[in-house]
Design a protein around this ligand. Sequence first.
Ligand code: BES
Ligand code: ZN
Ligand code: ZN
Length: 485
Amino acid sequence: MEFHISTKKINQITADCEIILVSNKNLKHKWIKDLKDLNTLDFQGNEEEVVFLPHQHRVYAGCKELNHDNIRLAVSGALKAIKKTKYKSIKIGSYCANKKQTNISAIVEGFVLGSYIFDMYKSKKDKNSIKNITISTENYGRLKVEGKELRKELNFAKIVANATNFSKDIANQAPDDMTPVAMAKLGKKLSAEIENVTCFAGSEKFLEKEKMGAFLAVSRASEHAPRLIHLKYKPKNAKKKITFVGKGLTYDSGGLSLKPGSAMTTMKSDKSGGAAVMGILKAAAELKLPFEIHAIIGATENMIGGNAYKPDDVLVARNGKTIEVKNTDAEGRLVLADCLSYAQDLKPDYIFDLATLTGACVVALGEYTSGIMGHDKSLKRSMENAAEKSGELSSPLPFNRYLAKLLKSSVADISNISSSRYGGAITAALFLDNFIEEENKDKWLHLDIAGPAYVESDWGYNQAGASGAGVRMSLYWLQELKNRI
Ligand code: BES
Ligand code: ZN
Ligand code: ZN
């Protein structure tokens, strides 16, 4: 899909098909040319209401108001309506609400995210015929829109949305294909393709040398060797150093604390945090952001076997802390503990970890929302704001001293699960907190993406399966930081 910005009026642009958004049910707007047909079809312009008029080659999509997430939804809805056609080119007007909110990224993201198909394993592939999309600077309202500004935003949105789809592809792949070694190969490929990006992939030997006893224990029973994947994007004159740590469980069977069958399916998506941080790094490098960015992925399987780690084992983590294993299904936090310790050696200004860490987070917030946890209120708020702008749903989950105490162990420094069944998303984050050095407490955020990372049916402009959760909010956060400094 190629995007073009045109300063021509929408009527002067030639394209196979036109998409028209109907805002606030206003069917009297000058861009609406088929009022009779729309009335006949009883189209009112409600949210998620779409009508395709094949003879006129026009699609109308209801859009509650001209705000960015409604626009994403409407554009992807319109796209769905014409997906079986052979249209090659599309035109659409601008829907800028004000100078600050051009909504151009919403249009582009609606197209790119909405058109994603995962058909790697299908013999018959649905082809997307749309090649060219022209966005006119003619605006829905009176506001005059500058092509230059739109072009800059277009570039940002294209990169962000493509990186989101890139992450979806990783998470959607079968566990025997996207193994830790395959993920590392993908990292190497990125480093070969993108300027200023390097990739290091450490094997078991490296994990041993680093004394990553927790990570190693999780990986032990797997036939697929683990990898610590460390991608670095380093531009000249970087203004900040930021690390993203991702949980890359290419399969989580639960280990000896085996998951029941119904909970095990979809656990190929337990690598979504790793997939997300790879997507974030890729986009950050393509956007040429003025930051040194590290993506660190703990890639492994959690399997069973004679040499599997067990409940009752005591592990020694990289930072020297001992961990009593009470449940081998709480494995993500063990891998992250060692990866977070490794990440802090880089002395970053910010540390974010992204992980499908707990079912409890899904229970707390529902499937569509990520949990944001950490110590620093303003850092949490800044991520919430970025998520909102990006179209991702998020909510903070608060720490407290009582929950922290539930991780006490009678034999080791800490237990890998809480003694209570309540507040599991927060106690998991508080476990990670034990591996964050004192001087880094306010630099760290934990994003639990267990809900939205993989949803088994379509939602809004997201397809069933992986959604690339965490990619857009993190990139919007980085963009905001760039604007601030
Ligand atoms: N990968 C799971 C969390 C998960 C569950 C992600 C559902 C996506 C959807 C994680 O490793 C896990 O199994 N966590 C346990 C922790 C428990 C043993 C304390 C859980 O959530 O049940
Ligand atoms: Zn698990
Ligand atoms: Zn897991």
